[in-house]
Design a protein around this ligand. Structure first.
Ligand code: ZN
Length: 496
């Protein structure tokens, strides 16, 4: 057998184990009986270790060394060697004892975080977070970096992105968004969202989610929709990309937009050609590009005027009280902008501000310019500066997110980048699909889906995000697109 064939076989072995681990992880969140927890953790742990061992094996190292010298590879094969090789180098750079100690510190920090958030007690979490930050800094040293240790960590989530590049994006964004938010609050007329309130049957909400997923052409023959406490999308393998959702009963909107959000992630993963699976390229280009696909369907589609012109009668089929309202009133009601304490509840305008303050804090923690002990104060000051509100307690402030306790440092920017990538793709989509709004108004998502398949989905992880966005739009990531998008949309809604 050729090296390439052996290499593909090796990746196939990793893929099968990953697939089993994903399925067990999905089951853990959706159907697993509570008492199965400890055993399940052992089984998933075992599978993860097996995958990790294959990912740093000498055998794989040998294949990569040969293939890196091979001039006869196709574009896709080259992309595969680049990506798998990068993961190999990074995984090999970290001593196994360090990985194990970091994992222990993470599980202890997570338990401490749950208790600290419940008790609103940052001080009890502080020593754990200090430990996690110390581990993250050591991890950055193992990985290595050119400019900033944060870059080494960012690479896990947003390959090729740097701290410097993020700062260059965030500064102008902040200068535009903060005053615009103030202007909406002082000069704008907020929409009435009381029409969305009431009490809604969860079964009807579930049917509505399925209907919305049908509208975006989520393939139920290659997926499933299940209930869960914290929604996510699980890719088990080719032909199996599952969505989860939850159904709060006081409004139809969170579950509807939640279905569209996870549906956007799932469309991406259902759109990977099978060839990518065999080359280790069946994944998003980055977390940020993945988030751009979910935000595109949730916001650019689900929070658009055209969508509500189509969807109002659909909503009314499930909930007759909406039969008499106007699509315009619904469109406005789902687009209220309001500074809020909690990131996951934030609207399109304020969301990125929540991310900026997290990025500034975590970059400061990694470079050592901010101490963990100062976090509550830094957090509250930034909330005041950016959003004009101050959390009444740390549970609703610095303790709200699970990420840092899990050792995820460098993850948050992906959420913001997703919004920016989506906003930059939109003008290009409109240029290529001049009838986009009319199509959506008729309930026809095929043209948009076709565009996303062609430009984003079919490439999987072949291109890194900087390269992909430039290929699609002709220039590097530029936050001006997002600023233009929110200013146009919300000046109209708020009558500025
Ligand atoms: Zn998402």
């Amino acid at each position: 057998m050729t090296t390439l064939a052996n290499y593909r076989d090796h990746l196939a072995e990793m893929r099968k184990l990953n697939s089993a681990a994903s399925l067990l992880g999905w089951d853990q969140q959706t159907h697993m009986p509570p008492k199965a927890g400890p055993h399940r953790a052992q089984v998933i742990g075992k599978l993860s270790r097996m995958v990790f061992e294959l990912s740093i094996s000498d055998e794989l190292g040998g294949f990569l060394a040969d293939l890196r010298k091979d001039d006869g590879l196709s574009q896709l094969e080259k992309a595969s060697v680049r990506k798998v090789g990068k993961d190999y180098d990074r995984n090999c750079a970290v001593p196994p004892e360090f990985v194990e100690q970091f994992q222990i510190a993470q599980s202890e920090a997570q338990a401490a975080w749950i208790a600290a958030r419940k008790a609103n007690d940052f001080a009890s979490f502080q020593p754990h977070l200090e430990k996690v930050v110390e581990f993250a800094r050591r991890l950055a040293e193992y990985y290595g970096y050119k400019d900033h240790p944060y870059d080494a960590l960012l690479e896990d989530y947003e390959p090729g992105m740097t701290c410097k590049q993020l700062r260059a994006i965030i500064e102008p964004l902040k200068r535009d968004l903060v005053p615009f938010l103030r202007k909406l609050a002082t000069d704008g007329t907020p929409p009435d969202r009381s029409l969305l309130g009431g009490s809604f049957d969860p079964d009807a909400l579930r049917r509505l989610s399925r209907r919305a997923l049908g509208f975006i052409h989520y393939d139920f023959e290659a997926g499933a929709l299940d209930d869960v406490a914290h929604p996510f999308t699980a890719t088990i393998g080719p032909g199996d990309v599952r969505i989860t959702n939850r159904y709060p009963t006081d409004s139809p909107i969170p579950s509807l937009l939640g279905a569209l959000h996870e549906g956007g992630h799932a469309l991406y993963n259902q759109g990977f050609p099978e060839e990518l699976y065999t080359l280790g390229l069946a994944g998003g280009s980055s977390n940020g590009i993945h988030e751009s696909q979910s935000r595109m369907i949730e916001n650019q589609v689900g929070r658009s005027r055209a969508f509500w012109q189509f969807f109002q009668p659909v909503l009314a089929e499930h909930f007759p009280q909406f039969a008499t309202g106007s699509p315009e009133a619904l469109y406005r009601a789902v687009n209220v902008v309001e500074p809020s304490l909690i990131r996951v509840e934030a609207d399109e305008v304020t969301y990125n501000l929540h991310i900026m303050l997290r990025f500034e804090i975590e970059a400061g923690l990694i470079e050592g310019s901010i101490a963990v002990a100062d976090l509550p104060e830094r957090w509250n000051q930034a909330m005041k500066d950016y959003l004009g509100i101050v959390p009444p307690n740390d549970a609703q402030g610095v303790l709200q997110d699970v990420h840092w306790s899990m050792g995820y440092v460098g993850y948050f920017p992906s959420y913001m980048l997703g919004n920016l990538y989506a906003a930059q793709m939109l003008p290009k989509i409109r240029k290529d699909l001049p009838t986009l709004d009319a199509d959506i108004r008729r309930g026809d998502m095929r043209p948009l889906l076709g565009w996303l398949r062609e430009n984003v989905h079919r490439h999987g992880a072949t291109y890194e995000p900087n390269e992909l966005i430039e290929r699609i739009t002709g220039h590097p990531l530029d936050p001006a697109h997002f600023v233009r998008y929110v200013k146009e949309k919300y000046s109209d809604i708020y009558g500025l």
